[in-house]
Ligand binder design. Structure first.
Ligand SMILES: *[C@@H]1O[C@H](CO)[C@@H](O)[C@H](O)[C@H]1NC(C)=O
Ligand SMILES: *[C@@H]1O[C@H](CO)[C@@H](O)[C@H](O)[C@H]1NC(C)=O
Ligand SMILES: *[C@@H]1O[C@H](CO)[C@@H](O)[C@H](O)[C@H]1NC(C)=O
Ligand SMILES: *[C@@H]1O[C@H](CO)[C@@H](O)[C@H](O)[C@H]1NC(C)=O
Ligand SMILES: *[C@@H]1O[C@H](CO)[C@@H](O)[C@H](O)[C@H]1NC(C)=O
Length: 533
């Protein structure tokens, strides 16, 4: 009988065959506990006409030992065949068959059966199947065929109940695994199991790569007019596959670049090809740019559409413009702040008038300011006198509706001067001190210090200093006065300060408490109403 000359032919199971399989190879594995046989391939013999029957020997330590049916209850011999029912670990070793002068030897290696597995790893037949091709596992045992009672197929030692004893399908990656055919055979009423295991590996096809472009079918690409864009078409192809851009209806500013190819796995190539569109114009927008890959296995196309970007990146000139605007704005803000500082008095006054603010309603004080002009031994018609007694009240009382307490004007001489001054200052919201060169006297000092005490210690009164004549030497002033902020010192400049709108009066109003009074009251209406403080 003829058997396949190639090694894998020894365990052919994928092919239906009625041939009984002889053992051509000299090294043979068997699995512990399974029926096993050795069969001489009789076509190899040049001694076909040999009349003497073949003899079987086993080489043991002291030399060859002829085997007979009596050697072991597990052994049977028929001419060219030696059978084990079943084979055991200690059956391992060299065996030979003698045919006349000719001998043929095998080395039998019995593999220990694994406890955890339905197959012995050393006794698997590996087979590689390309994905998409037919995977065929057919459980047939040509030698034991007639004895087989039942056949079942296991995948990774789990019985496949959806197939009988064979599997035929298009290979998928998930089909990879160990497939074990299990034959239950009966001999003399005793069951035996023979297994055949295939290690099936599913691989990528060599030739059947279906061309595919990566990414979405339709890609929207945001662009800016006048700029360039590169569309990257990348795909998986086989070696002969083509990749190209379809640009025949383009306005001429698009061109394909050379493709780049990298072999990624068996027969598979990663290919990409760029379409460069330069100086994008309106005609490039909202049209299809199609990339196509093509091979004998199929075709794939993906489309790209250019859309005008909603929020383009800030280009250089816009950026510069933005910077200029930003600088200009911050400059403007700085100017505003400076103007605000310079005109804060006007702004504050405007704000007061606008808001109708009045600080004088709730503090329970009688006077808006106590005026101290601080000259006792000077003639009453001196400049300070007329400023304090005439000019100040004319403006503050007559025009702006404040109520002043001017000691020299309003307080009748005599009386308990010191106590009276103190209580008058307490009743006033501001202490206006008119400073001049010869500002000094005990009464004046008292007024001042009393006010300073209120201002600095009790924080009940604010002091306004008016420098009536330039004062170079302030050393005569009490130390505490120097703690007052300099802006509270107003300089009277006889020529410039006369107008109601002059800075002097504005500053003075600013330092005076906010009061809602019709500022344009007639002097005559006010003066008679002046109370005597
Ligand atoms: C073997 O026998 C056949 C006939 O059965 C004969 O034709 C052949 O010559 C013989 N060969 C040898 C080597 O004796
Ligand atoms: C089964 O086949 C795979 C792939 O060829 C191989 O890596 C693995 O070692 C094989 N397993 C056995 C038990 O031979
Ligand atoms: C298989 O074995 C069982 C039990 O020994 C027997 O009843 C049955 O007929 C056998 N089937 C075949 C096909 O030999
Ligand atoms: C195009 O895309 C592919 C895949 O993402 C990448 O490998 C390739 O470098 C890209 N080509 C260019 C020029 O960016
Ligand atoms: C590009 O593909 C789109 C569909 O994706 C199709 O409608 C259009 O006709 C194609 N254009 C060209 C020039 O092939």
């Amino acid at each position: 009988m003829r058997c396949g000359p190639r090694p894998w032919a020894l365990v052919v199971l994928m092919f239906k065959s009625t041939l009984e399989i002889c053992r051509i190879h000299s090294n043979i594995n068997a699995v512990e506990g399974e029926p096993f046989y050795l069969k001489y391939c009789s076509y190899l013999s040049e001694h076909k006409n040999e009349t003497a029957p073949p003899k079987w020997y086993r080489n043991v330590s002291h030399g060859p030992m002829e085997l007979s049916s009596h050697s072991s209850p597990r052994i049977t011999l028929h001419d060219y065949v030696l059978e084990f029912w079943p084979v055991e670990l200690d059956d391992s070793g060299p065996y030979f068959l003698q045919l006349g002068h000719h001998t043929h030897e095998w080395k039998l290696n019995v593999i220990r059966r694994s406890k955890d597995s339905c197959y012995a790893e050393k006794q698997v037949t590996s087979k590689t199947v390309e994905v998409g091709k037919t995977l065929l596992v057919r459980c047939e045992d040509s030698y034991y065929q007639k004895l087989v009672n039942r056949t079942s197929l296991y995948k990774n030692c789990k019985e496949m109940n959806d197939t009988s004893s064979s599997l035929k399908k298009n290979a998928e990656f998930k089909d990879q695994g160990y497939y074990t055919c299990m034959f239950i055979i009966h001999r003399n009423g005793k069951p035996f199991t023979v297994t055949k295991t295939y290690n099936i590996t599913i691989v990528e096809g060599h030739s059947n790569v279906v061309p595919a472009i990566l990414g979405e079918d339709l890609n929207h690409v945001g662009v800016e007019l006048g700029k360039d864009v590169e569309l990257n078409c990348s795909a998986v192809l086989n070696e002969k596959g083509l990749i190209y851009w379809d640009i025949h209806n383009d306005s001429g500013n698009a061109h394909e670049e050379k493709e780049t190819r990298h072999k990624s796995s068996k027969g598979k190539w990663s290919v990409s090809r760029i379409l460069k569109i330069e100086n994008i114009n309106e005609k490039n927008l909202n049209v299809f740019y199609n990339c196509t890959v093509f091979s004998e296995k199929g075709i794939d196309t993906k489309s790209f559409i250019l859309l005008k970007k909603d929020h383009p990146d800030i280009p250089g000139h816009v950026f510069t413009r933005g910077m200029i605007i930003a600088i200009w704005l911050s400059g403007a803000v700085v100017c505003l702040v400076i103007v605000g500082v310079i005109y804060r008095v006007d702004l504050a006054l405007f704000y007061r008038r606008f808001m109708g603010r009045d600080e004088t309603l709730t503090d329970g004080k009688t006077y808006d300011a106590f005026v101290s002009y601080l000259k006792e031994c000077q003639p009453e018609n001196g400049e300070e006198h007329s400023f304090a007694v005439e000019t100040l009240p004319r403006v503050l009382e007559g025009r702006f509706g404040y109520k002043l307490c001017i000691f020299e004007r309003d307080v009748v001489p005599g009386g308990a001067v010191v106590d009276e001054i103190h209580s008058l200052i307490e009743q006033s919201r501001r202490l206006i001190v008119v400073l001049s060169k010869s500002y000094m006297s005990n009464k004046v000092r008292y007024e001042l210090e009393s006010g300073l005490h209120e201002a600095l210690v009790e924080r009940k009164i604010k002091i306004i200093l008016i420098e009536f004549t330039p004062v170079n030497d302030f050393t005569f002033l009490p130390q505490s006065l120097k703690l007052l902020k300099s802006h509270r010192v107003l300089k009277w400049q006889a020529d410039k300060s006369r107008s109601y709108n002059s800075r002097f009066w504005k500053n003075l109003l600013y330092l005076m408490p906010a009061k809602t009074v019709n500022p344009y009251r007639e002097e005559s209406k006010v003066l008679p109403l002046l109370p005597h403080c």
